[in-house]
Design a protein around this ligand. Sequence first.
Ligand SMILES: [Zn+2]
Length: 501
Amino acid sequence: MKGAVAIAALAATTSASPYFSKRQANEAACKRLPLVDSKALQDSIKPEALLKGAQALQDFAYAHPERNRLFGGAGHNDTVNYLVEELEALDGYYKVEKQEWHSLAQVNGTASLLINGTDYNPNVMEYSPSGNVTAPIVVVNNLGCNSSDYPSTVRGNIALISRGTCEFGLKSVLAGQAGAAGAIVYNNAAGSLNGTLGPPRPQGPYIPTVFIAGENGTALRTALTGGASLIGDLDTWSLIENRTTYNVLATSNCGALNTTLMLGAHTDSVAEGPGINDDGSGTIGILEVAKQLAKYKVNNAVRFGFWSGEEAGLLGSTYYVNNLSPAELANVRAYLNFDMIASPNYIYAIYDGDGSSFNLTGPPGSAEIEEFFEKWFAGAGQNFTATEFSGRSDYQAFIDNGIPAGGTFTGAEEIKTPEDAGKFGGTAGIATDPNYHQAGDTVDNLNRTAFELNAKAIAAAVAEYATTFDGLPPKSLQKRRVSLWEKARRRVPKKGMKGSL
Ligand SMILES: [Zn+2]
């Protein structure tokens, strides 16, 4: 429902006065609490509580045959209900809402690909339709991002397309429009990955699409351009369901709503596993801070957003932001994102708000948020590094609307460099989270040191910005600065959602 999360819209639909009188009563209760204290809030974050929360999420996944927390499934619905119960148990400190939305979900899928009898071990692209085709393989020119890249000989055959520049979903649609019966996308680097076409797009339907390793794809391309004839036997099977799901929002009844601090983490996992680092860690990290914050008065309202459908393409956070009115958007003074904060082979990365590492700045104010976290890690005697605003997590919809953003991240599938192993320990040459998007993303594989430290960093940031936004550019200047930033940003090509290009 449009505007369902908005306080004004809620008041307009039914009994306005009970809500406001409740908020008034809560504000009176707030005044009797001590103002939030950074050290005390950080000290109240206990590793046992973090692990207990992570275990609860894993138990929800394993209580059902699919053993995951894919959005809208049983393990995920248990997660949502748990969050609501935990937040509502805090004596009315928060206004807790379940925001309902719907989307198609890829529940399960498999693929096989034999070429002249050799097995290429493909991954089925998420949202690929089911299908079976045996036909010649035809090379697509360039990166397959324009319809002119598709030769007429692709009709009825299997298109071989390189990864790069545009989204997998667009390649699948263009291949289909050129008449291809199936598509193979190959990596533009060594190895393979699990990619998504993203939910169906208006340009047209997808065709059966798989992904293969870069070394295999380039070898096939070389053979075909050298005149070889290759016959592929491509088989995909997908189970796609329309699902109902929920974001959970908890807004403090204390503090000014026109200067709201928002935090977010995603509550859903991929189909392959329980998703305990990704993003059980962020979910429990912000939940634990929300619980401890309930002992304190805040000057600025604090809203925790628990997003569903992140893994399917940032769906929940995008739905939330798209349904805010301009006035409600303007009330969100900053957004902090926590997606994977307990990676087994961790780095301590901070979103690159000032663009100094990746030449891609966040909205004005993001640089100051990055600096806040840098100072905090330095104060804790820790090294830190930067992570790009790559469009791979739920900050994206906030950034797109000019809201300053930041947060921390301990690594996903990226290979740890020797330099980072020197800075953070752990093992160079393997992923920062070797279990990323796999069945092994469990409680046992969390790094507890990283989990606790990052949860304390969340507490520190909440204590800071719940007290004052003086460290950010003044709100009166924000609008003008954002419009300048947006002009500069239009020159930078936009990145896609997680796993989509
Ligand atoms: Zn994630």
